[in-house]
Write a protein that binds this ligand. Structure first.
Ligand SMILES: *Cc1c(COP(=O)(O)O)cnc(C)c1O
Length: 376
């Protein structure tokens, strides 16, 4: 049996008639950049997150940047970000000329540990970026409290967490702004690159719209510095169609996760993802940790499990094998191994199992049987 890590084609085949029709409309109107389909998607995506404004962009990285840029983050500023995340979270600060300051994650949620933020705050600290990693909301009450106490701007990186919930409320409105990615493999994915920022702040929304379009509201009048971060028309059309399926697909992801947890819960060699009491996890990724007898970091055992599964036709991933503080590009920040023990252990032990709405019971059972066989 083959179990790919991701299967975008089988989803396309299910929605092909809707997609083809929506794309044809874009071609007929030649609305290739922004346009009606993008506007319509912005409205629906904002509504889906219970926020006032959505600005559609051409990547999640653009969203990370535009959110912090519009909020005035500039050279000399420091921005707190979790050390366990995809690197694009850090690009938001870097592209503003600011310095990313890393904080370790929690052992159970793998999200930013709010208790560790305070010791990293200096007179230069301006913002905190809370990442809802793997599809599980970060502990927003705790993070919000620290941000409020120190007068820091709070931004969400929701690239992996479309329509996830914190204490029954969808993410996206917990900070000044939230960025999303629509990279094809994300829970809501375009057929190319895509991203967005959502916010309840009308002034900020206006500014991000200008940043997206060369710092301009009226053609050839440039009031502020900007970029070309505009979403393509065909991506707006695809996302508009796919957004209608997102709740159904999210429930299916949650069901896959539930089955994995049931079939793997007796395996004492692995640690399963934990849905926190405050969270509705949307399982962008299903990340397990491989534990050895002494409960130590063990990338060799993890790698041999990944190879074993690969031989059986099962593809897995690593999210993420190198924490940000150990990346070559951040060497100048002066961090060293041992600075963030929770993230470092996770980097050695993590293994992401295939998860997507189309994954069937037979495949799920096959994955679990093979994992259990490996340890027997
Ligand atoms: C995917 C991702 C991004 C960046 O999105 P792109 O659309 O690929 O630019 C940012 N942050 C996180 C946490 C991501 O997973």
């Amino acid at each position: 049996m083959q179990v790919p890590f991701l299967d975008l084609k089988s989803q396309y085949l299910v929605i092909k008639p809707e997609i083809d029709k929506a794309l044809q409309t874009v071609f007929d109107k030649s609305a290739f950049v922004l346009g009606e389909a993008v506007l319509e998607f912005e409205k629906e995506f904002a509504k889906a997150h219970g926020v006032q404004h959505c600005i559609a962009l051409n990547s999640g990285t653009a969203g990370n940047h535009a959110a912090l840029w519009s909020l005035g983050i500039k050279p000399g500023d420091e921005v707190i970000i979790p050390v366990n995340t995809f690197i694009a979270t850090a690009w938001g600060a870097i592209l503003c000329g600011a310095k990313p300051v890393f904080v370790d994650c929690e052992a159970d949620s793998y999200n930013l540990n709010a208790d560790l933020i305070e010791s990293k705050i200096t007179s230069k600290t301006k913002a905190v970026v809370a990442v809802h990693l793997y599809g599980q909301p970060a502990n927003m009450d705790a993070i919000k409290a620290v941000a409020a106490k120190h007068n820091l701007i709070l931004v969400e990186d929701a690239a992996q967490a479309h329509i996830s919930e914190y204490k029954g409320k969808r993410i996206g409105g917990f900070g000044e702004a939230a960025s999303f990615s629509f990279y094809p493999g994300k829970n809501l994915g375009s057929y190319g690159e895509g991203g967005a920022v959502v916010t309840n702040n009308a002034e900020l929304a206006k500014k991000i719209r200008m940043i997206r379009d060369h710092g301009s509201q009226n053609k050839y009048q440039h009031e502020i510095f900007g970029h070309n971060y505009r979403m393509e028309g065909i991506q707006g059309a695809v996302l508009g169609v796919k957004l209608n399926h997102l709740e159904d697909w999210t429930e299916k992801r949650r069901n896959v996760a539930k089955k994995y947890i049931r079939l793997l819960s007796n395996n004492l060699k692995i640690k399963l993802p934990k849905e926190m009491p405050y969270a509705k996890h949307v399982y962008h990724l299903f990340v397990i940790q491989i534990l050895d007898i002494e409960n130590k970091p063990n990338s060799e055992l993890r790698d041999s499990l990944a190879n074993y599964l690969k031989e059986k036709g099962i593809n897995t991933g690593l999210h993420y094998p190198i924490p940000l503080h150990l990346q070559e590009c951040f060497r100048y920040l002066g961090y060293k191994e041992g600075d963030f023990p929770v993230a470092e252990k996770l980097a050695s032990n993590c293994l992401s199992l295939p998860i997507y709405p189309e994954l069937n019971d037979e495949q799920i059972e096959y994955v679990c049987t093979n994992i259990n066989n490996f340890f027997d």
